[in-house]
Ligand binder design. Structure first.
Ligand SMILES: [Fe+2]
Ligand SMILES: [Fe+2]
Length: 155
């Protein structure tokens, strides 16, 4: 069972995994409409997911969860560095959706990266948090994450 404090992030992960799969299927020509039109539709779907969901999600991880992990679990340093590097890579790939001539490859690679990133957080980072955080720390994190994600409801 996912800890309550992490449920909003896990909820985003669920959507992210579904989108990652659609990106790869689109790139492989397994989703209609095929060809450039379908690829552009997927690219727009990614951009809107990033604007409304992923930006605040990354912010909640980078400003709340990761700093807490760093102080709570010193040995998580390596995985946190890898995750932060992936955030940069994901942001760079998304920025390239506008002009990249090989949209199919870009969407495939982005879907692959997004999925690997989410699985790393769900399978490695979150269990590490759940095994070390005290109820008070988890409660505090829950409030911080909710505060950052609240920006979604103000739109
Ligand atoms: Fe992340
Ligand atoms: Fe995440």
């Amino acid at each position: 069972m996912r800890h309550q404090s992490l449920i909003p992030l896990s909820h985003d992960h669920h959507h992210g995994l579904a989108l990652a799969l659609r990106c790869r299927k689109q790139a492989l020509g397994q989703l209609r409409p095929m060809g450039t039109r379908g690829l552009q539709e997927r690219a727009r779907e990614v951009q809107s997911f990033v604007e409304t969901d992923l930006k605040p999600h990354f912010q909640a991880e980078e400003e709340a969860l990761f700093p807490l992990m760093r102080s709570l679990v010193p040995e998580s340093q390596q995985i946190l560095e890898a995750l932060l590097k992936e955030h940069v890579q994901i942001r760079e790939s998304v920025a390239r959706l506008e002009e990249d001539p090989s949209l199919g490859k870009l969407l495939f690679d982005l879907g692959d990266l997004l999925e690997r990133h989410i699985r790393k957080e769900e399978r490695e980072l979150f269990p590490l948090f759940e095994s070390r955080a005290t109820p008070a720390q988890a409660e505090k994190l829950k409030a911080e994450i909710e505060k950052i994600l609240a920006v979604r409801h103000r739109k």
